[in-house]
Design a protein around this ligand. Structure first.
Ligand SMILES: [Zn+2]
Length: 438
């Protein structure tokens, strides 16, 4: 008979995220195998499960693991390589040439290892990734116990990974087949952007999305220049092209969307499009401000992402929550825009919904997967603490994360990553730094 592992975790506060805006004081949850099996007051839990091992997090908030809805995780190896530049110069003069010289299966393995360690350390338990050599990303995520949605990247120019759009697609579809039955990994289609993918390829992607029931993860309306170029080349804005090609719908996970007309905002809501909002990348590249308060009002699901480390320069969802909440207020002149509760929701359930994983993750509910993180609240800079959402968004740092579980397995305890070789990660990052800068 198989023995199912049980663990009881109590916390000063539990933020289940669903029901909305709830804070449970003096509660405990039971992990049974990979699932959350019970959620009840701690005193009742201790009476009901006297023989189960008990972790008392008396100075902590327990919340769902955070979902990084947009990442290029291998790009951690380009953290700080080129800063303070606009998107197209940054890409064309620095990032694409460096990628041309260095991206390989090994680059992806080493970059993703660093990215997964950084994210688990900071409370992120699931990432939606878009990059070359996604098979390698899949292997590393499996080894390190990270939940991920792997983008089947498609772009019209050749790389070390594939020579044509059809080859990118074929490799992605093979990966999608390989992931069937995986507990932690799924795949989605990931055409890079309207300005790097042709109509013919988009039509194939739309067909695969329908046939295989897959999300479409894509950069959309990132900069004003993208609007100008699309008008010149196609006679319409990128969103109009996506509408014509059958991609403007509830499967679309549109990253950035900083350039939107009032009609496009309404249309996004009416068509069930999700926005993967990356406020820090948008600010750093001076791309613009996604109108998330208006999108929220039109019914759009808002998720939060970091983007790649080359344009951020970290994979910190606490930073994104705070930036998203603050930027929305600056953009609207309304201090109530995108409040702390909205930011926490976007970093958990919003991401889970965008990825089609909200039946599994994104909230602390009985029957869901045990993807959790615990945040310390005993430091002096946490006190006094009147309201948990406010503390998380406006005061806390990812370095306050003390414990993380993914699918019921502990990955971080007392601020230390378990089963991670810190020395070899450091050595590999330094070696790549030499190679890339040298
Ligand atoms: Zn991106």
């Amino acid at each position: 008979m198989q023995i199912v592992q049980q663990q009881l975790i109590s916390a000063a506060m539990i933020l289940p995220v669903q029901p909305a805006n709830t804070v449970l004081h003096g509660y405990a949850l039971l992990i049974e195998g990979d699932k959350i099996a019970d959620l009840l007051p701690t005193n009742d839990a201790l009476a009901k499960y006297p023989a189960v091992s008990h972790l008392a997090l008396d100075d902590h908030i327990l919340l769902p693991g955070l979902v990084n809805a947009h990442a290029h995780s291998a790009m951690t190896l380009m953290r700080g390589l080129a800063d303070d530049l606009p998107l197209m110069r940054w890409l064309a003069e620095h990032i694409w040439p460096a990628e041309g010289r260095h991206v390989s299966a090994q680059f992806v393995r080493d970059g993703v290892s660093l990215a997964v360690a950084e994210q688990l350390r900071g409370g992120v338990t699931c990432m939606n990734d878009m990059y070359f050599f996604a098979e390698e990303t899949a292997d590393i995520c499996t080894q390190m116990g990270m939940r991920a949605v792997l983008g089947m990247i498609v772009i019209e120019f050749p790389s070390a990974y594939a020579r044509s759009a059809d080859e990118y697609l074929a490799k992605g579809l093979a990966l999608h087949d390989r992931l069937r039955g995986s507990k932690l990994l799924t795949a989605c289609l990931a055409p890079h952007a309207p300005y790097t993918v042709s109509d013919a390829t988009f039509l194939k992607i739309a067909t695969y999305a329908d046939q295989l029931d897959l999300r479409v993860h894509m950069h959309v309306h990132e900069t004003a220049q993208e609007m100008v170029d699309s008008k010149r080349e196609h006679g319409v804005r990128p969103i109009q092209r996506l509408q014509k090609l059958g991609l403007w719908n509830e499967r679309l996970n549109a990253v950035h969307m900083t350039q939107l007309s009032a009609d496009e905002i309404d249309s996004a809501g009416a068509n069930g499009v999700n926005i993967l909002h990356c406020p820090e990348s948008n600010m750093k590249l001076a791309s613009g401000i996604a109108p998330i308060a208006a999108l929220q009002s039109s019914g759009v699901n808002v998720a939060l992402g970091t983007d790649g480390c080359a344009s951020n320069n970290d994979l910190d969802l606490f930073g994104e929550m705070r930036s998203a909440a603050l930027l929305a207020k600056v953009a609207t002149g309304d201090a109530s825009a995108f409040n702390a509760q909205s930011a926490v929701y976007a970093a958990t359930m919003g991401g889970a919904r965008a990825l089609g994983l909200d039946h599994l993750i994104g909230s602390i509910e009985i029957g869901k997967c045990a993807d959790l993180c615990a945040l310390r609240i005993d430091e002096l800079d946490a006190l006094p603490l009147y309201q948990a959402h406010s503390y998380i968004v406006y005061s806390a740092s990812r370095r306050d994360i003390s414990h993380v579980w993914v699918n019921g397995v502990a990955r971080l305890a007392h601020g230390i990553l378990l089963d991670v070789d810190y020395a070899s990660l450091r050595a590999s990052a330094k070696e790549w730094q030499q190679r890339i800068k040298g």
